[in-house]
Design a protein around this ligand. Structure first.
Ligand SMILES: [Zn+2]
Length: 172
C-alpha cells in the first residue's frame, strides 16, 4: 500500500474519531464563542434567544446584561435559605425564590437581566425571540415562553403561583 494512501486513511480515521467525540458532548458544554456573556450552562434555546436579543439591544444602544442565569443546586439552596431569613417563612420566601428542585434557574431555563431600562426594553421586544417576563413581581426574570414572534402569555403573579398551579391544578 502506498504511503500517501495509508496516511489519508489515518487522516479519515482521526477526523471520524474527532467528530464522534464532539457528538458525544452535551450541547450546553460546547463552547460557543458567539454566545452572549452569562449564557453558559443555559438551555441552548434560551442561550440563543438571549444572544440574539442582546445583539439587537446593543445595535439600538440599549444596555442589557444577565445578572443571574444558570445556578447550581448549591447556589439556589443558599439563596433559598437567605430568602426564608429575609421574608420570615418558606411560604413568604417562595414568592421570590424557589427551592433548588423547583427553580428554572437550576434547570437552565431562566435569566435575570439588568439594568431596569434594559429589562423594560426586553419586556417590550423579547417576544420576537420568544423571551417573556413570566412573573408579575419580578421585572428582571425572563424565560422562553412563546413561539418567536407570537405574543407572550399572561404573567403569573409570582413564582410560587406557577409551581402551585403545576403541582395541583385543582387548588386554584
Ligand atoms: Zn429569576
Amino acid at each position: 500500500m502506498p504511503l500517501d494512501h495509508s496516511t489519508s486513511l489515518l487522516r479519515v480515521a482521526i477526523a471520524a474519531a474527532a467528530t464522534c467525540a464532539f457528538a458525544l458532548l452535551p450541547p450546553a458544554t460546547v463552547p460557543d464563542a458567539n454566545a452572549a456573556t452569562g449564557t453558559a450552562g443555559l438551555d441552548p434555546v434560551l442561550a440563543t434567544a438571549y444572544t440574539q436579543a442582546s445583539r439587537t439591544a446593543r445595535s439600538e444602544g440599549v444596555s442589557l446584561w444577565i445578572t443571574s442565569g444558570k445556578r447550581s443546586s448549591g447556589e439556589q439552596e443558599q439563596l433559598w435559605r437567605d430568602a426564608i431569613r429575609t421574608h420570615g417563612s418558606p411560604a413568604a420566601a417562595r414568592r421570590w425564590v424557589l427551592p433548588p428542585g423547583q427553580s428554572t434557574h437550576v434547570s437552565g431555563h431562566a435569566i435575570d437581566v439588568g439594568p431596569h431600562t434594559g429589562a423594560m426594553w426586553l419586556r417590550r421586544t423579547g417576544f420576537r425571540w420568544g423571551l417573556c417576563r413570566t412573573f408579575a413581581n419580578e421585572w428582571w426574570h425572563f424565560e422562553v415562553a412563546t413561539i418567536p414572534g407570537q405574543p407572550c402569555p399572561p404573567m403569573w403573579p409570582d413564582a410560587a403561583a406557577r409551581v402551585d398551579r403545576s403541582i395541583s391544578p385543582l387548588r386554584r
